[in-house]
Design a protein around this ligand. Structure first.
Ligand code: ADP
Ligand code: MG
Length: 499
């Protein structure tokens, strides 16, 4: 029997947050854009305006960079101890936990994802990330080095690991607060100051986080948050001559623009870009796990994950069984507004994204691909697309080669491990991959040969603050999480003394 549930009761703090235009955070103050302009953030489940937000552009970025520079060079932040930085990060994590429901509701309204995902997935991952880096602050050290110069005993040499300086961080819309935490936490643990630009589609949780950052007691100017569009605010941040490092997560296309913009002052760059990740299921896999695992690999977050398992390779003898199984899994999905607790699939983030995904579905159809399940957008308000499994595809098709960033998986049969390895690596991307098999030798042999920054074996989309994350090939530069991210936000200085 069909059941209906009421949407989640919005917290009064959420209603209040959405009621008035949100300002930007510069130098510890909430300010309007210099231009006085605002832009709209939409609820993707209805297509209606959710909130208005100050529209930052070049001049606001400039003010934010000045505030970050002042905080880095001479403020209180420059003087506090590593342990104190750790306490601030931990305090922030506690505040996030105290506001889980509020942040989850804001994230769901702004991005569209199911409320359970925000509550149990995204927001707890954010506080976990801040706690992980709270533990790093007093463990960022150099070493002493024995020289081989003449009279080596006359030298004392050591390295220092110092914060890189003022950091620009450009955030995507698929996991808005999670991605902000991946960038902010290691930068702050390292002692940097930050200008953060959230995605124009989803600026709200970053702005609420800004309030919690002030409440936690971070000094003014340490974190500045400037919402705005990519081509204006984002581009200004990437090109800014007084920014020492830029960290970006988003499309490969924009990643290239960021890298170019960074060349003027040769700021350090880290990029976490697109993917077209292979998910390989062997006949000897535990299919009871591999089938739901492969469905989740692509459909989690409406397919809007850079790691989405969007190319499913299945060994021939079990191809039909696995494809039918994955298609069957989609029947358990209930598409609906994320804020309705009965929905376990939400809309995609925007009209633009809906059109992009539908464009790929059309292109697949024209090229002769067949949808075993799904294939259309829903005829209702909001940006809903059916979870789709495409078969009869070949490696030349756009749907197989390009990142769709929506709930669409292409499925291809294979014979042998060698065959599948060449298929899997036949991509410009190299972010993630997965292998499902009971044969541990085969699993680890393939893990060594897959050209991807992450290989999951008999699981998918398992993230942990200790697992370095990033891409081979055109999926990016650098690794985030764990100590690898501390390396992104620090410079190593060699000090060599004749004594
Ligand atoms: P998508 O195309 O899926 O929206 P983008 O890569 O365009 O993904 O967006 C990711 C982030 O990059 C957003 O914060 C966006 O505002 C920003 N951005 C987009 N274009 C530029 C640009 N030219 N320079 C700097 N940032 C940009
Ligand atoms: Mg929005």
């Amino acid at each position: 029997m069909a059941t209906t549930t009421a949407p989640v009761q919005l917290e009064s703090s959420v209603t209040e947050f959405l009621r008035i235009p949100r300002k930007m955070l510069i130098g510890g103050n909430w300010v309007e854009a210099v231009s006085g302009k605002t832009f709209e953030s939409y609820d993707p489940s209805t297509g209606e305006v959710l909130a208005r937000v100050a529209e930052g552009a070049g001049e606001d970025i400039d003010l934010a960079v000045k505030a970050a520079r002042a905080a880095f060079e001479k403020g209180e932040w420059a003087k506090i101890s590593p342990a104190q930085r750790g306490k601030l990060l931990w305090k922030l994590a506690d505040l996030i936990d105290q506001h889980t429901e509020e942040l989850a509701q804001l994230e769901t309204l702004d991005n569209g994802k199911p409320i359970m995902t925000s509550r149990k997935g995204d927001i707890p991952a954010v506080s976990d990330m801040f706690r992980h880096y709270a533990g790093w602050t007093d463990k960022i050290s150099g070493s002493t080095l024995p020289l081989s110069a003449p009279e080596p005993d006359k030298f004392f040499a050591y390295t220092r690991r110092e914060p890189v300086g003022v950091v620009g961080q450009i955030i995507p819309w698929n996991y808005p607060l999670v991605m902000a935490s991946w960038k902010l936490a290691p930068a702050l643990a390292s002692g940097c100051t930050v200008v953060l630009k959230p995605a124009e589609q989803t600026p709200l949780t970053a702005l609420r986080l800004g309030e919690l950052i002030l409440e936690a007691g971070f000094p003014d100017g340490v974190v500045n948050i400037v919402p705005g569009f990519g081509e204006t605010a984002g581009a200004a941040l990437a090109a800014h001559p007084d920014v020492d490092k830029i960290a970006f997560t988003g499309s490969t296309e924009v990643g290239r623009l960021i890298a170019k913009a960074a060349t003027a002052n040769l700021k350090k760059v880290s990029l976490e870009l697109g993917g077209k990740s292979p998910n390989v299921v062997f006949a000897d896999a535990d299919l009871e796990r591999a089938i739901p695992g492969s469905a989740a690999a692509i459909f989690y977050n409406q397919g809007q994950s850079c790691t989405a398992g969007s190319r499913l390779f299945v060994q021939k003898s079990v191809f039909d069984r696995v494809i039918d199984g994955v298609a069957e899994q989609t029947k358990k999905f209930k598409l609906g507004p994320g804020i309705d607790p009965a929905s376990n699939q939400g809309p995609v983030v925007s009209k633009e994204q809906l059109e992009r995904v539908c464009g790929y579905l059309d292109s697949g159809r024209r090229d002769g691909a067949k949808a075993v399940v799904g294939g259309r957008k829903l005829d209702r308000p909001g940006y809903f697309v059916e979870p789709t499994v495409l078969v009869d595809v070949n490696p030349e098709m756009k749907v197989v080669r390009e990142e769709i960033f929506g709930p669409v998986v292409t499925a291809i049969p294979f014979d042998s491990p060698d065959d599948v390895l060449s298929f899997a690596n036949d991509t410009a991307y190299g972010l993630a991959s997965a292998v499902w098999t009971r044969d541990i030798s085969k699993a680890h042999q393939l893990a060594a040969k897959l050209k991807a920054g992450t290989v999951w074996i008999n699981c998918y989309n398992v993230f942990d603050p200790v697992l370095p994350f990033g891409g081979y090939k055109q999926s990016g530069w650098g690794r985030e999480m764990g100590f690898d991210a501390i390396e992104l936000y620090t410079e190593v200085k060699s000090v060599c003394a004749r004594i």
